[in-house]
Design a protein around this ligand. Sequence first.
Ligand SMILES: Nc1ncnc2c1ncn2[C@@H]1O[C@H](COP(=O)(O)OP(=O)(O)OP(=O)(O)O)[C@@H](O)[C@H]1O
Ligand code: SF4
Ligand SMILES: [Mg+2]
Length: 323
Amino acid sequence: MVLSNLTLRFKGQENDVVQDVSLRVRRGEILCVVGESGCGKSVTSMAIMGLLPKSATQISSGRMQISSDEWHLVTDRLPAALRGNEVAMIFQEPMTSLNPAFRIGDQIAEVVQRHRGGSRSAALDRAEVMLQRVGIANPTQRLREYPHQLSGGMRQRVMIAMALANDPQILIADEPTTALDVTIQTQILDLIGDLRDETGMGTIMITHDLGVVAEIADTVAVMYGGQIVEQGPVEEVFRNPQHPYTIGLMSAMPRLDRPGERLAIVPGTVPTISNMPDGCRFRTRCAFATSHCATRPQLTDVAPEHGVACHYVPLEKHVVVSA
Ligand SMILES: Nc1ncnc2c1ncn2[C@@H]1O[C@H](COP(=O)(O)OP(=O)(O)OP(=O)(O)O)[C@@H](O)[C@H]1O
Ligand code: SF4
Ligand SMILES: [Mg+2]
């Protein structure tokens, strides 16, 4: 899947909430999108899913490509035939996306029938297979239960079962583990990794947690203020972070043996969208900012497929360290 140059704003606002964001995820790959709260991760994924209402949002550029399907986001939303079928999404809090009034089995079967047709009993069989596949014990019995009868971890498994019921090519997981305790979080991440290996789906995983990125990602995109400031293969970006914001996040990186810890705060606060500076949006917090940073830096490769949007990379070339 390739997303190219997505720029959008909420109607009535004077500034773009997502600016020129491009993402690529290949088959069998996990791309993690990371950044502080409010940087536009969920809005980007909603735009990919075609879930932003046209009445409230204005997309000024953006193109999507999945296999041979390609469309302009300015005029079109994700074709309904692809949603849930080719691209599926799981959310942070499964209770908000499971209907409390319906049995688990019926909810999964409904999704299967909507996309594949077929009989109710075939769809229920598929639901049972999916529950088994995501590691839920006694699937026959669980099919007949309601969401409130399951634990948080099990509900998230059900959401994954539902999302994957139609073998999508792309799974978008928006902070699927933040509401879960650490042990369950690890199990869910392992499950997503296993399913990726099994099915070859591409996954976009949105997270606050650099520990999660280190554990699961093949590639990473770091967002700040609606822009991608750095992206690349995960080992490369972790070994050699170049953007001052990424360096700040990494130096405050949660320890790998303490997963689930949130990103430490880089000094200063993120300006609101209406107060975002022109040019490099990080410049109100950047120790290296100059007047030149009022011009927007483009993502530029510093290594194969490792892009950084900063005028001063590599930093060591520009920063004079006084003795
Ligand atoms: N419906 C809306 N109307 C206006 N502004 C919105 C709306 N939804 C989100 N925003 C704004 O868009 C920006 C990006 O929000 P988004 O939810 O994508 O952030 P996020 O990176 O997912 O954050 P978090 O990590 O907290 O989930 C925020 O400034 C938010 O306040
Ligand atoms: S472009 Fe300027 S403000 Fe932005 S990260 Fe680089 S040095 Fe800092
Ligand atoms: Mg979000």
